[in-house]
Write a protein that binds this ligand. Structure first.
Ligand SMILES: Cc1cc2nc3c(=O)[nH]c(=O)nc-3n(C[C@H](O)[C@H](O)[C@H](O)COP(=O)(O)OP(=O)(O)OC[C@H]3O[C@@H](n4cnc5c(N)ncnc54)[C@H](O)[C@@H]3O)c2cc1C
Length: 85
């Protein structure tokens, strides 16, 4: 069955869903055609996964650079703080 919309958007990336939001806010009926997954490059391959990879790499580098002595210092300061009340 055919459906009619005021606006049909091709692609559900940031451009597509911003257009859909503006159109819907203006009271228009919106149709969206997405061939893969809504969210586009930014959500699935670009901005978000890239930030996750960068953050993970930073954590790995921090942990790899930690020494047993720095771990001991953290523990002793924590226990001395708790023993003084
Ligand atoms: C590694 C990487 C990191 C990035 N980091 C950032 C960042 O930090 N900050 C930032 O602002 N930008 C970043 N970007 C850029 C950002 O991802 C793009 O600017 C943004 O995704 C563009 O949005 P768009 O909606 O124009 O296109 P896209 O996100 O590419 O969305 C297009 C959509 O259309 C669909 N489509 C295509 N052809 C058809 C068709 N014929 N029929 C149906 N559906 C179709 C696709 O499946 C897709 O979902 C990054 C990009 C990459 C690759």
């Amino acid at each position: 069955m055919a459906q009619e919309f005021d606006v049909v958007i091709l692609g559900g990336g940031p451009g597509g869903y911003a257009a859909a939001l503006y159109g819907a806010a203006a009271g228009l009926s919106i149709g969206m055609i997405e061939e893969a997954r809504v969210g586009g490059t930014c959500l699935h391959r670009g901005c978000i996964p890239a930030k996750e990879l960068l953050q993970t790499a930073e954590v790995v580098r921090t942990v790899a650079g930690a020494s047993p002595s720095s771990t001991c210092r953290c523990r002793s300061s924590a226990s001395s703080r708790s023993s003084t009340g």
